[in-house]
Design a protein around this ligand. Structure first.
Ligand SMILES: C[S@@+](CC[C@H](N)C(=O)[O-])C[C@H]1O[C@@H](n2cnc3c(N)ncnc32)[C@H](O)[C@@H]1O
Length: 241
């Protein structure tokens, strides 16, 4: 398989390619458990009615809509992503919902276009694996939340239990790419891995839970914790500014 030299450009192309089927594939691949995991993310934000939330790497907007539900009519939520086709789907859902106080912007998670101390909470779903500099993204999320605000991320992880881990390895590295090829048609992106092969491969170099926790601490966040979900196939991380 070819090396990925320009990761950002490659990731951008991958998500432009798979945007139309992204939500359906997510639910399929997580056996319908995704909504429960996202609820835990929302609970960990501690955000309440009237609050201001940010969802970084919002994709098709699913978590941004859930944040909006938490902050209610008087609250405000911004979803940010750099991929046009993902944002287009988020905006189409927004148009259908006729909600106000929710907007989607195009931008870079590594250089958030917001002033320090703007949000009550910032979330990130399944995108740390995709960014060039994980520490930078966590630090940026910490910068834009207010004192006492939460930074909450969820991403794929490898189960600790050996039986679960063996099952996960087969499912994630063998079955997911096959399911994904229904969407990416096994077509290389820019001459490199087909989208869903790479999405699975990206876990191989992704730091473990303790390393992510250390990145939270490096960003100046306190009371940092993490919790596995889906038998450890994903982990939710949270910390306070
Ligand atoms: C796996 S998707 C996750 C989408 C959504 N958060 C969810 O939970 O379904 C990863 C998203 O991260 C976005 N992304 C990756 N790198 C980014 C960056 N540097 N800045 C902004 N968005 C980025 C991609 O465009 C993609 O929409």
């Amino acid at each position: 398989m070819a090396q990925i030299n320009n990761k950002e450009q490659y990731v951008h192309e991958v998500f432009n390619l798979i945007a139309d089927d992204y939500d359906e594939m997510n639910n399929l691949m997580t056996w319908g458990m995704l909504k429960g995991w996202q609820k835990l993310v929302m609970d960990k934000t501690n955000i309440t009615s009237g609050g201001k939330g940010l969802d970084v790497c919002c994709g098709t907007g699913e978590m941004a809509f859930q944040l909006k539900e938490r902050v209610g009519a008087t609250g405000e939520v911004v979803g940010l992503d750099f991929t046009e086709n993902m944002l287009q789907i988020a905006n189409a859902k927004l148009k259908q919902s006729s909600l106000t106080g929710l907007s989607f912007v195009q931008g870079d998670a590594m250089a958030l276009p917001f002033a320090d101390n703007t949000f009550d909470a910032a979330t990130n779903g399944f995108a740390l694996r995709n960014v060039l500099d994980i520490q930078k993204v966590i630090s940026e999320m910490a910068r834009v939340v207010k004192s006492g605000g939460r930074v909450v991320c969820i991403d794929v992880s490898r189960p600790k239990n050996l039986f679960c881990r063996a099952f996960f390895n087969v499912y994630y590295f063998k079955v997911v790419p096959i399911l994904g090829h229904l969407v990416d048609k096994n077509k290389a992106v820019g001459g490199k891995f087909p989208a869903y092969t790479w999405l699975a491969e990206s876990l191989k170099t992704f730091p473990d839970q303790e390393k992510i926790k250390q990145m939270y601490l490096n960003a100046g966040l306190k009371d940092v914790h993490y919790q596995g979900v889906g038998f450890g196939a994903a982990t939710v991380y949270w910390g306070s500014k």
